[in-house]
Design a protein around this ligand. Structure first.
Ligand SMILES: Nc1ncnc2c1ncn2[C@@H]1O[C@H](COP(=O)(O)OP(=O)(O)OP(=O)(O)O)[C@@H](O)[C@H]1O
Ligand SMILES: [Mg+2]
Length: 456
């Protein structure tokens, strides 16, 4: 059996509740009005009988009933002698004559299928014969009123139940519309794989609106990371294809040089260079993939950044010398900080490599490191080709390279150096910024907290 929807459940629940409440009200009317109306009629009867008793006068030894009203407010009055013989007033037709006289007692008598209340009062005047005053009133008008109320209820209540049910259904239908929309959007995304779809819920900013907003934001994030991953894969494949093509061409060429070992060796040399390039590209890709999945295995320990920097400078000397670039340093000794040594080395190497690669022949590169504001401030500056302001934001993106044609060199990179540098700095809880002027040189500044283990 198909399970009931929440809409149906809610509608059934409060329609049932309304029916229950109305049934209770109806029972109240049936039993309550009976009691209230009968009591009212009874009071009316008693008051009338007492009024009549006061209106009876004795003139010269005989009873004067001129002032007595024998029919008032539906109450019939009759007067009897002490011996219970009727001498004035009238009895309701069909009232059994033998209704016993009981002073100040309300009696219920059935007359032709309808109920009557009878009330007797025995009065005496000084030196006069006592007389009975009997009042009788029919309960039919009271029951008629009750029946009329019941009739109105019977007509009105089903209408109220229908109204409540329909109104409730409409309200729940309205309230659940956004949920249906969310579910439909999710189903469409699932079937079409189109991550660009959104709910775009409008209207009151209630909990469901918040849910739809969160859902849309989540889709934004998903779409972004999906696109980034696609872009990353496409860029990585593209970057890997170039060295592979070069290697294949040179391998074929080398194989063809059966008698010319010199030519073959040169081709193998090119293959080796490309293999090295591929190797560094693959390790950069691996590092970024681990960073994305937060599975990097950085080892944070107290390291001497000054020593690391000296090692980096030593390593970069060969590349700098090739272009006659002078590396000058201003490194405060024994700068200790909690960091992953390999990452720190990679950070400084990448920055110095860039400064040399994009520096001027016969130019300079300056590496500074000092303690400042409870952290370590560092900078790598050069007087090279610089970066135009419009490009400065983009260089942090993966695979982005500023017009590679402007620095055609054998050791052209892949555009992963700075994204890795940025990740390392942020992973160590620091920040990094670039200050550059086209053809006027570049300075990359970073700061690292001494004791912060990791931002993540
Ligand atoms: N010091 C600098 N001077 C001028 N341009 C720079 C400098 N550093 C980086 N750039 C520009 O920013 C781009 C991105 O640098 P990044 O280090 O990320 O990649 P890459 O150096 O091209 O390759 P990789 O570092 O992966 O070998 C470079 O292509 C270059 O155009
Ligand atoms: Mg680089």
């Amino acid at each position: 059996m198909k399970p009931l929807s929440i809409k149906v459940k809610i509608t059934c629940w409060y329609t049932g509740l309304i029916i229950f409440i109305l049934a209770v009200i109806m029972a109240g009317i049936v039993f309550g009005t009976d009691k209230v109306l009968v009591q009212g009629v009874q009071r009316e009867l008693q008051d009338e009988v007492y009024d009549v008793a006061e209106d009876i006068n004795y003139t010269n030894g005989s009873i004067d009933v001129n002032d007595v009203d024998f029919f008032d407010d539906g109450v019939l009055i009759s007067l009897y002698t002490k011996e219970q013989t009727l001498f004035a007033g009238q009895l309701p037709a069909g009232l059994p004559a033998a209704v016993p006289f009981q002073s100040e007692q309300v009696q219920t008598v059935k007359v032709d299928g309808s109920q009557w209340l009878v009330y007797d009062l025995y009065i005496t005047a000084k030196g006069e014969e006592g007389i009975w005053v009997r009042g009788a009133v029919s309960l039919s008008p009271a029951y008629e009123t009750r029946n009329q109320i019941l009739f109105v209820c019977m007509v009105l209540f089903p209408f109220l139940v229908l109204l409540a049910g329909y109104g409730g259904w409409l309200i729940t239908q309205n309230a659940f519309q956004p949920v249906t929309l969310i579910q439909r959007t999710a189903a469409e995304i699932e079937s079409s794989g189109d991550l660009s779809r959104r709910i775009h819920l409008t209207g009151s900013q209630d909990e469901i609106y918040q849910l739809a907003q969160t859902f849309d934001h989540m889709l934004d994030q998903l779409e972004m990371s999906f696109k980034a991953e696609q872009q990353f894969t496409a860029d990585a494949s593209h970057e890997l294809r170039t060295p592979v093509t070069v290697m294949m061409t040179h391998a074929e060429y080398a194989l063809a040089q059966k008698d010319n070992w010199q030519e073959a060796a040169e081709a193998i040399q090119v293959i080796l260079q490309q293999a090295e390039k591929m190797n560094s590209l693959i390790s950069a890709l691996l590092l970024l993939a681990r960073a994305d999945h937060r599975t990097d295995n950085l080892e944070f320990e107290m390291i001497n950044l000054s020593e690391v920097a000296e090692m980096v400078v030593e390593e970069m000397e060969i590349a700098a010398r090739k272009r006659n670039i002078t590396i000058c340093t201003d490194i405060e000794p024994d700068l200790m900080l909690m960091a992953d040594q390999t990452s720190m080395m990679r950070l400084l190497l990448n920055l110095c490599q860039n400064a040399i690669r994009y520096g001027r022949d016969n130019g300079w590169v300056r590496l500074t490191l000092k303690r400042e504001d409870g952290g370590i401030q560092g900078s790598v500056a050069d007087n090279g080709i610089g970066i135009a302001p419009a490009e400065q934001e983009k260089i942090w993106k993966r695979f982005y390279q500023v017009d590679p044609a402007r620095h055609k060199r054998e050791d052209s990179g892949t555009g992963l150096g700075l994204p890795i540098v940025k990740w390392i700095v942020e992973r160590h809880g620091g920040s990094i910024a670039i200050d550059s002027c086209l053809n006027g040189g570049t300075t990359v500044r970073f700061c690292l907290p001494v004791n912060r283990q990791s931002k993540l």
